[in-house]
Design a binder for this molecule. Structure first.
Ligand code: ZN
Length: 196
């Protein structure tokens, strides 16, 4: 039997821990911290943006704002950029909510595309790692994050790269455009349309 939100809250609200973030070299901040108090559960989860495809801003977007497209998938850049060399989002053209909602054929294509996009980002050069992430609590329209971190800056490794993206100053425009153009060109060599 799963633990209910009420049970979890009753058990955890007075027993929160403070991890030793000051010892984590990848933690981007300095200074004293304490955990926020754990708020009680809500009755039901808030709907995600574009639930059921209604008023979904990704379904309604034209191909112009995308970096690369094909018949079933579209890839768009975080633009204007943050501090990381490249941040891209991959989504199916059709509205699906969660990975388990994809039909097998699209799920299989997704696997191939993740590999192709990760490879294309590495062609930029000076990339230490491409993190492939999926969070699904904002917009319902399924989307996968590709976050490249710079090479040879050990503080930027791991999951805090997503935070460092907001801490580092924004990428210079010329570097941003050049990085996107490289990814779009390499992807289009194997199919689809570059829109960089
Ligand atoms: Zn949608």
């Amino acid at each position: 039997m799963p633990e209910t939100a009420e049970e979890l809250h009753a058990r955890a609200a007075g027993a929160l821990r403070m991890p030793p973030v000051e010892e984590w070299t990848t933690w981007p901040f300095e200074g004293e911290l304490m955990p926020r108090s754990l708020q009680p559960p809500v009755e039901r989860e808030a709907p995600r943006h574009g639930e059921g495809g209604v008023d979904c801003w990704r379904c309604g977007a034209t191909d112009e704002g995308y970096l690369w497209t094909d018949e079933r998938w579209r890839l768009w850049p975080r633009d204007p950029p943050g501090g990381l060399p490249v941040v891209l989002l991959l989504e199916p053209r059709e509205h699906f909510g969660d990975p388990g909602d994809l039909p097998d054929e699209l799920a299989a294509e997704l696997g191939i595309l993740i590999a192709r996009i990760e490879r294309a980002i590495r062609v930029i050069g000076e990339i230490g790692r491409v993190h492939v992430c999926r969070w699904g609590d904002g917009s319902e329209h399924l989307h996968w994050w590709f976050m490249a971190r710079p090479a040879r800056l050990p503080q930027l490794i791991g999951s805090f790269a997503a935070i460092w993206d907001d801490v580092l100053p924004p990428l210079p425009e010329a570097v941003h455009r050049s990085n996107l153009a490289t990814v779009a060109r390499v992807l289009a060599e194997a199919g689809g349309v570059s829109r960089a």
